[in-house]
Design a protein around this ligand. Sequence first.
Ligand SMILES: Nc1ncnc2c1ncn2[C@@H]1O[C@H](COP(=O)(O)OP(=O)(O)OP(=O)(O)O)[C@@H](O)[C@H]1O
Length: 337
Amino acid sequence: MVNGLEVREAVLTYPGGPTAVDGVSLELPAGEVLALLGPSGCGKSSLLRAVAGLEPLTSGQVRWGGDDLAGVPVHRRGFGLMFQDGQLFPHRDVAGNIAYGIAGLTRAERAARVAELLRLVGLRDYGARAVTTLSGGEQQRVALARALAPRPRLLLLDEPLSSLDRSLREHLAGELRDIIHATGTTAVYVTHDHDEAFTVASRIAVMSRGRVLQADTPERLWRAPASEEVARFLGYGPVVDAVVADGQVRGPLGAVADWAGGVGGEVRLALGPRALVPDDDGEPVPVRGWRVRRGERELDVTLPDGQGAVVRVPADGAVPRTARVRVATEHVAVVPR
Ligand SMILES: Nc1ncnc2c1ncn2[C@@H]1O[C@H](COP(=O)(O)OP(=O)(O)OP(=O)(O)O)[C@@H](O)[C@H]1O
């Protein structure tokens, strides 16, 4: 029995529609944060909705602490929900929204809990504000506070930051992680953004076409993606043909030294965002264009097999027409061809 969430062989086929979840099994011990990561339409939200009880499973089980939740309605599961648009109540002020799920407390207890949550989400003086006057990021903080107020045993978040602009999203993802961590909340976090998954989660399940391709800690997933598809979802790319022989991976840019991985023979070499490094003794690759990002110059280069890739170099100095690069072992993954 898992002290936490267990999904067993879950299948969800919509009436007259697709099989959105196609035999998913997952375990999430209490206190951990699981990201469901995958492209649009892969079934992440459907799985989350089934866990919440919003959508009945066609077959399989959702369990908490060993108990099958099949007959338990949404509001009796003790789960909190947060969606892409906070779905706040426009006629209630901020405090009224946060207090929504804790009507059972005394007035004083409620006020104390609301104040505690306002502090937690960084909106200390916002209690009396009309929610319609808040920014998108502030609204999502209120939605988070509202979901956490009843101390849910599981928090379910469906793309909670995807309606926000990029810099706010990055900032709030870090805050969300800190808040979820500080409250010891167990959570499932649906996202199509690998950076967000890596920021927030202690476990990541990569989904595609209704199935889980691989589930593991972020560190182990990043070190050893099981397939090219997983590697690409995690943020690797481009992926090039290579051959493993004599403890070396040989690709279009020469050998990547000292490969101790398990895969051998003809493989694919997935390049991480920092896999190509400038090296005077490296292979020459033509530079197609460049930009400056966060103080670094990013060169767009063409690999020998014709694929585009990025090399990061210091922002000063002239832009070369040809860059010499090598592949850094610690920033690649080898996957089966
Ligand atoms: N209520 C529904 N009725 C019928 N089909 C549905 C329903 N909800 C989702 N689907 C279908 O199920 C599949 C999975 O959708 P789902 O929303 O779970 O994917 P997702 O990975 O969360 O994608 P997105 O990030 O775009 O929301 C899709 O083919 C979708 O069209």
